[in-house]
Design a protein. Structure first.
Length: 493
């Protein structure tokens, strides 16, 4: 769609030009854009000309501005694709044309106005970063588009705008482009209605993201990734029901990199599939070694990202790996966040049916952090509902949280699902989740996530450790949990 819109810009004569003149700005001294003849929509030959023309014109604009700071405003038209889907080609054309008209009318006569890629609009204007009037002038460009109904638009334009300042943010035209685009990207992420100004942290974040992606590709061939394990405990018998396998990354130079940082980066590439495959194979191999030592981990759980689940070969990969490792599918559990159920319900249902068909158990992870409804859950072939840590933390001191947790557990029982309370760190929380009726729990109170070797020691010591929590004893539950156990220190990683 982006390339097609470039040609739309050329065909409709919405070419790069100074708003103070009807002449097209030349992209070279010998071939002004105005002499380009109309072309067919399918011809993409002139896209480099458009991009180069704005760059060349911007260079001249900066020279003419002398020592005065210049702002480059980058405005992305976010709903051009939806306009095409809803209204066809004519709808997309109309949206792009009218946005161009509105911006052209709003731009100062001395400013430079251009279109890159058909759905990105650039305005270069004299403006200082810390000047209130300058920021108001920049914001007015977006405000004009927000009031698009004045132009009788069938679809109001949805935009994200960023700005970077020449000399104040950078002295490089290449970086000026990049910084303005980064700021627009941040505006889109934040769904901001105001123009987002470039901050150096944005560049640092994107550079680190790129660095981590490169390093991930390297470390998948080394031993930097490892799997840590955290037990799931029956809250009434104290039996170990299973373990959750958690991916960890320790880089020799960068140190420990948390999953919350590297997983989103991996999800935007093919790396997330390699990471899941590594986690699955490693966890199954570790459990086989525990079984050889007479240590039972009845159920092995592994997290899957939305990108994993969306992959067409995801279920086949699991089935093939379980068969190769001679693992019973009924002893493997996949944890999937509820966000996927909301974002793509049809795919979520399809994958769950496929996973259950091969015998794999499915848990809905971090339940309660989004807005999954009872009507959605009741038709899903789930096995387990994991109650998010945000409901468990301090639950023993909050009657409201206790009532909410009891409601979640009651809903789970109505759906015939087992419940697991996540993030139990204190004895009071353990007592509260028991009283709420949760079946199982995991958290630092029992054991922090630890490497396989340390988890082996935990499994061997648990028959003794469990007594400290009152499991398997005849004393009343309240007495056990308010006794000298308050001095108990959870085992460290």
């Amino acid at each position: 769609m982006r390339d097609v819109m470039v040609d739309l810009v050329l065909v409709d004569k919405f070419m790069l030009r100074s708003s103070s003149s009807e002449e097209a700005i030349p992209h070279s001294s010998h071939q002004p854009i105005a002499k380009i003849e109309p072309i067919v929509v399918q011809d993409l030959a002139f896209k480099p000309v458009v991009d180069y023309a704005f760059r060349a014109s911007l260079e001249q604009f900066l020279i003419a501005s002398g020592s005065h700071p210049v702002a480059l405003v980058w405005i992305d038209l976010l709903n051009i694709r939806r306009a095409f889907f809803c209204c066809g080609w004519n709808g997309a054309v109309d949206l792009a044309r009218r946005v161009t008209t509105m911006l052209h009318e709003a731009v100062d006569p001395e400013a430079l106005f251009g279109i890159i890629g058909g759905d990105s609009f650039l305005v270069a204007m004299k403006a200082a970063k810390n000047c209130r009037q300058s920021r108001q002038r920049i914001q007015s460009l977006v405000d004009v588009l927000a009031a698009g109904n004045k132009h009788d638009l069938a679809m109001r334009p949805e935009t994200a705008a960023g700005v970077a300042f020449f000399r104040e943010d950078t002295d490089s035209i290449e970086e000026l482009y990049r910084f303005a685009s980064l700021a627009a990207g941040r505006a889109a992420y934040l769904k901001s209605k105001t123009v987002v100004a470039f901050q150096q942290e944005m560049n640092s974040e994107i550079e680190r993201s790129y660095l981590l992606e490169v390093e991930m590709r390297k470390c998948l061939r080394s031993t930097q990734f490892s799997i840590y394990y955290q037990p799931k405990v029956d809250l009434f018998s104290g039996e170990i029901l299973g373990a959750e396998a958690l991916i960890r990354w320790k880089h020799p130079q960068l140190g420990t990199i948390t999953p919350t940082e590297f997983i989103p980066i991996a999800e935007h590439s093919d790396l997330i599939h390699q990471i899941f495959d590594f986690g699955l194979r490693t966890a199954l191999a570790d459990r086989r070694r525990w079984q050889q030592q007479g240590l039972e981990v009845p159920l092995l759980a592994l997290n899957a990202s939305a990108a994993n689940v969306r992959s067409a070969g995801f279920v086949r990969l699991i089935q093939r790996t379980l068969a190769a490792m001679e693992a019973d599918p009924n002893t493997f559990e996949l944890e999937i966040t509820e966000s996927l159920a909301i974002e793509d319900e049809a795919l979520f249902r399809k994958r769950l049916r496929q996973l259950r068909a091969i015998g794999v158990r499915v848990a809905i992870d971090d339940f309660g952090t989004r807005y999954t409804g009872f009507d959605l859950l009741k038709g899903l072939p789930l096995n387990v509902m994991k109650v998010d840590r945000c409901f468990i933390s301090g639950m023993d001191r909050s009657p409201d949280m206790q009532a909410l947790c009891r409601t979640i557990v009651a809903m789970a029982k109505q759906l015939k699902l087992n419940t697991v309370a996540e993030g139990i760190e204190e004895l009071g929380e353990l007592r509260a989740v028991r009283e709420a009726g949760c079946d199982a729990g995991q958290g630092f109170l029992f054991q922090r996530p630890v490497p396989a070797e340390e988890f082996t020691r935990f499994l061997k010591s648990w028959p003794t450790q469990r007594k400290k929590f009152g499991f398997g004893q005849s004393a009343p539950q309240e007495e056990l949990l308010t006794s000298p156990l308050a001095a108990y220190t959870p085992p460290d990683a």
